[in-house]
Structure formats: C-alpha cells, structure tokens
Write a protein that binds this ligand. Structure first.
Ligand SMILES: NC(=O)c1ccc[n+]([C@@H]2O[C@H](COP(=O)([O-])OP(=O)(O)OC[C@H]3O[C@@H](n4cnc5c(N)ncnc54)[C@H](OP(=O)(O)O)[C@@H]3O)[C@@H](O)[C@H]2O)c1
Length: 298
C-alpha cells in the first residue's frame, strides 16, 4: 500500500532532490509537496511545482500563519518531511510540528541534513541550535521522528562558503587537511530518505557517510580532474579557535561557515555508527564519479 508522504520545502536546494527521489518511487508513495502561495511568483519554483505535478505529486499551497489550513493540509499524511531552510527552522518548522501533531501525523522528519547535531561541539553552531529545539519539541509532543545526519553536501562543497574559489584556483583550509569527513551528494540524500521512509527502517537518528575523504585527498583528486593547480592557504585549528574566542569573526555567516569547517577539521562532523550500509539498495555516487561533472561546474 502507498505511504502518504508530505514534503515541506520540497522546492528547495535540498528538498527538490528529496521530492524527485520519492517521485521515482511513486508506486510506493502518495506524494504531496507543501509550498507557500507566494513562492509561485518565483518562476523557477512555479516550474518545479508544475514538473512535480506532471509527475504525479499533489501540490498544496499553504500559508504557515494559518494553523487550521496547515493542519488540514497535513491530515491523512503518515510522514511529514521538512526540508525547510535553516533560517526558518526556529519559527516555521515549529508551526509545522504543532500542525503535524494536531493532524495525527505518525512520523516527522525535521530539517537537519548536515553535520551530526547530536554531538556537543556542533550544538554550539548557531544554525544548529533551532534544529535541537525542534527535536526537543518533537520529544515533548511525543511525535515520532527521524533525524538524518548527512555530512556535507558533496555537490555544494567546493564553494566560497567552505573556503574555495575554484575559478581562481584558490582554497583556504583549516588544519592539516588530513582528517576524513563525511560527504553525501544531494541526490543520494533524497534516495536515502525515500528508502528509510518507504522501507520503514527509520530509527531516531540516521547517520550517512557514503563518502569519507580528507581535504588533502579531495584536493589531489580535484587537481588531477581539473588539470590545474590549486593554491592552498592553511590556517591552524589553534589560530581559528583563538580568532573565534576573541570575537574576531563577527559576521554571522562567516562565523557559521568557520565553525562548520572547524567541526570537519577536528573530526566532529559525524558520530558513530553510520547507517548507510543499512540501505543497500541505494548506490551512492563516489567522489570520482562526481568529479567527472566538475568541469561543467567551474
Ligand atoms: N549539509 C550541507 O552541506 C547543507 C547545505 C545546505 C543546506 N543544508 C541543510 O539542508 C536543509 C535545507 O536547506 P536548503 O538550503 O535546501 O533550504 P532552502 O532551499 O533555502 O529553502 C527550502 C525551502 O524552504 C521554504 N521556505 C523558505 N522560507 C520560508 C518561510 N519563511 N516559510 C516557510 N517556508 C519557507 C521554501 O519552500 P517554498 O518556497 O516551496 O515554500 C524553500 O524552497 C537545512 O536544514 C540546511 O541547514 C545542508
């Protein structure tokens, strides 16, 4: 029997991959994408919704400020997946959790999808605090949940946010670059979420680390693939810690990205054990396979 699944934020950078993964298995799932009415003024969001609809999803337009509307839209769904932007986890995701409880939803998947938020080092990162609060709320309401820790999105990693300027052949690294940390391609995040939900193999925490690679190894492979040099500037962990401790990084975006890079450099990005092998039907993309798409990206 088809499982009724509602994806909220299913048009987003990550959410569209989750929606696509469920649509690829539409014989097993009855899919609703919940989106805000105002998002339809954005041409690319509207196009995405049209494409989801043409492939079998129901599109539900809901104003998050209208709790009755939200509850009505969620009613009948067994699972609600939130792929909301981290900026709106504190407010909008909590409205969604309340509505899901009222609607009788059986399982809620909160917007996590990054470094392991069960680890205390990561809980100091500002964008993670609201995610922890959401989990507390789920616990308080007695609403079952599954949190997906995915490490860093492979296909979003080599960006200025993580210290890379590939068009100009430059990279800034924290630490010696030898610590391995977890990557998952967004397409695979979608596939793992769909498999966990549809197979019912969905414990409270799912840790995914299909690729574990050090920055030095990643950069070597990248140089080979691009056939060019990448100049690397290194900052020690101690230097970065002391800058953060002295309040020298005040911009919130820069502070968040620095903390995430520090977490990876210290080996705190992912706890143990990881669960990717529990979902053998998902064949995740390898770093080398993904690299072959790089020339198109830079
Ligand atoms: N591991 C990594 O490397 C990595 C990288 C990026 C993000 N992430 C995580 O992935 C998750 C999703 O992030 P994302 O970048 O995919 O998010 P996003 O694209 O910025 O936003 C996702 C969706 O949230 C909805 N939304 C935005 N503002 C809203 C509001 N005010 N009220 C209600 N809905 C709103 C929008 O859907 P509609 O317009 O359809 O309503 C939007 O498409 C977050 O938890 C983030 O921290 C992880």
């Amino acid at each position: 029997m088809s499982k009724k699944v509602c994806i909220v934020g299913g048009t987003g950078h990550l959410g569209q991959f989750i929606t696509n993964a469920f649509l690829a298995r539409k014989n097993e799932a009855d899919i609703t994408v919940l989106t805000r009415p105002e998002s339809q003024t954005n041409e690319s969001t509207k196009k995405l919704c049209d494409s989801f609809r043409s492939r079998g999803a129901k599109i539900s337009y809901v104003d998050f400020n209208n709790s009755n509307e939200l509850i009505k839209a969620l009613k009948g769904n067994e699972v609600v997946i939130s792929a909301l932007s981290h900026n709106v986890v504190a407010e909008e995701q909590n409205k969604l959790i309340d509505a899901a409880k009222m609607a009788g939803v059986k399982k809620f998947i909160p917007s996590e999808f990054g470094v392991d938020t069960t680890l205390s080092f990561n809980q100091e990162i500002s964008l993670i605090k609201p995610k922890i609060d959401s989990v507390k709320k789920l616990e308080e309401l007695g609403l079952d949940y599954t949190r997906f820790m995915t490490g860093i999105f492979l296909d979003m990693f080599f960006s200025p946010w993580f210290g890379f300027d590939l068009p100009n052949g430059k990279a800034n690294i924290i630490g010696d670059g030898n610590v391995k940390f977890p990557f998952t391609h967004r397409e695979d995040v979608g596939k793992y979420v769909a498999e966990a939900v549809l197979s019912g193999k969905s414990p409270k925490v799912v840790r995914l680390a299909p690729i574990m690679l050090s920055l030095n190894d990643a950069l070597d492979l990248l140089r080979k693939q691009l056939g060019r040099t990448i100049d690397v500037k290194r900052e020690s962990v101690e230097e970065v810690k002391s800058k953060l401790g002295a309040g020298k990084i005040s911009d919130i975006g820069e502070k968040t990205s620095t903390m995430l890079r520090l977490s990876a450099a210290l080996g705190y990005a992912m706890g143990q054990p990881t669960n990717e092998k529990d979902y053998p039907s998902v064949k995740p993309i390898t770093f080398n396979e993904w690299l072959k798409t790089m020339p198109k990206l830079v």
